[in-house]
Design a protein around this ligand. Structure first.
Ligand code: AMP
Length: 425
């Protein structure tokens, strides 16, 4: 039997993982600068959580969830997105009321049973941010700007921010009526799902991916025209704050997001290389979610970035610009011969690493010449040579790889080695 990764999943191997780590570090650094703190929630949750929050008529819930019964007959689901779990966790631990846990972000895998294709898999990772507690339009602008700041720090170009407003519940009720009226005469031309949606949840039609539904959608009225005065003012204010922050954007009145809980601002960031269909980041305001989960009314704004897609883009950008990320730099390679030398080498490696250096030692190595070429291949700045002649004199040799200059130092005085390396920088 040939063992392979399950369909729609993939391994992240050394060579690529450095890009993931670079992105993760940028997330921690940049989001902290906006007051964000990391949260880690379980990979599976009671199924009910997603049905109630993501929406019982969304593609994610009806077609894409990995749902299973555990041995006690509970229905559980591998999380298809992060927001419901985060909202549940903050509610469960009373962090929304305390006010100190209300700006959180996460990085981790999500699971959706989708048709695998480039940039779309069944296990994929998202970077998400959820800012709870404020209905202020400046929060919308600042959180969108934060997503862009992350992309900019990763040196991505060709980014497009698209925004829209889907109003609050009453605006949407009004719009639903208008949409239904407009599409009813063309019901028979819609796909079977959309024919059903026309009665159950006409807004979902705008999110349908079936090609034959696209031209019909294009004739539908737009939600921006159904906004109440307050929602329109909110949207105008968001645009004003984006202008203040010199963030460029376009308004797409047909942008609705695939999940049920959005209110007012919705947005997407697309990246040039991926094309408009493959958004890099999506999100918006969800002022009713926490309330609908039984919590106190809590306005919120958030987004999710597709980490796998971001990695593809960063990798493409790196290839275009600089050399691809390789193995981490090695400060010092420790070449050894014989058991006694190996023991000294292990002690040296420990001391050097404690001093913040990266040290590499290969215990199986038997041949000094081979180790010298391994040191060069690893790009080591220095090689510590623990060979017979030096060992017999209770000393070791430190070789600077850039010019081959070798210094003899007393064996065991690893601090001297660190000092010598610092001088030779
Ligand atoms: P969503 O949670 O559907 O709003 O998606 C947010 C972002 O997650 C998208 O813009 C994509 O970048 C990414 N994403 C969603 N589904 C997948 C998938 N199946 N595979 C890879 N990335 C995905």
């Amino acid at each position: 039997m040939e063992l392979r990764a399950a369909k729609g999943t993939r391994d992240v191997l050394p060579g690529e993982v450095e890009i993931w780590q670079r992105i993760e570090q940028a997330v921690h650094r940049i989001f902290a600068g906006y007051g964000g703190r990391e949260i880690r929630t379980p990979l599976f949750e009671p199924t009910e959580l997603f049905v109630k929050s993501t929406g019982s008529d969304t593609d994610v819930v009806t077609k894409e969830m990995y749902t299973f019964e555990d041995r006690a007959g509970r229905s559980l689901t591998l999380r298809p997105e992060g927001t419901p779990g985060v909202a549940r966790a903050l509610l469960e631990h009373g962090l929304l009321r305390r006010g100190d846990g209300d700006r959180v972000y996460y990085i981790g895998p999500m699971f959706r049973y989708e048709r695998p294709q480039k940039g779309r898999s069944r296990q994929f990772s998202q970077i998400g941010a959820e800012w709870f507690g404020s209905p202020h339009p400046a929060v919308d602008a600042e959180v969108m700007e934060m997503a862009l700041a992350l992309f900019t720090s990763l040196e991505l170009s060709d980014l497009g921010l698209t925004i829209n407003s889907v109003g609050h519940a009453a605006c949407r009720a009004e719009y639903r009526r208008k949409l239904r009226e407009a599409l009813l005469p063309r019901q028979a031309e819609l796909c079977p799902d959309c024919q059903r949606r026309l009665d159950a949840n006409p807004l979902r039609i705008l999110d349908c991916k079936v090609p034959s539904c696209q031209p019909i959608k294009d004739t539908a009225p737009v939600i921006l025209d159904s906004l109440c005065g307050e929602c329109r003012a909110h949207f105008d204010a968001v645009r004003g704050y984006l202008d203040v922050m010199e963030v460029q954007y376009t308004v797409n009145p047909r942008l609705v997001r695939g999940l049920d809980y959005y209110t007012r601002t919705t947005f997407e960031v697309t990246g040039g290389a991926l094309g408009a269909q493959n958004a890099l980041c999506g999100g918006g305001r969800y002022d009713d979610l926490v309330g609908s989960m039984g919590g106190p009314p809590t306005p919120a704004f958030g987004f999710a970035i597709g980490l796998d897609r971001l990695v593809l883009m960063v990798a493409a950008e790196q290839e275009a610009g600089r050399a691809a990320a390789g193995a981490p730099a090695t400060d010092i390679y420790i070449a050894h011969l014989g058991e006694e030398a190996l023991r000294s080498g292990l002690a040296a490696a420990r001391a050097l690493r404690r001093a913040g250096l990266t040290a590499r030692l290969e215990p199986d190595a038997r041949d000094m010449k081979k180790q010298m070429s391994r040191a060069a291949a690893a790009g080591a700045r220095y090689t510590l040579i623990l060979a017979e002649a030096e060992m017999a004199r209770r000393s070791c040799a430190l070789k600077r790889m850039s010019d081959g200059v070798q210094t003899e130092l007393p064996l065991g005085d690893w601090q001297r080695v660190v000092q010598e390396m610092a001088v030779g920088r």
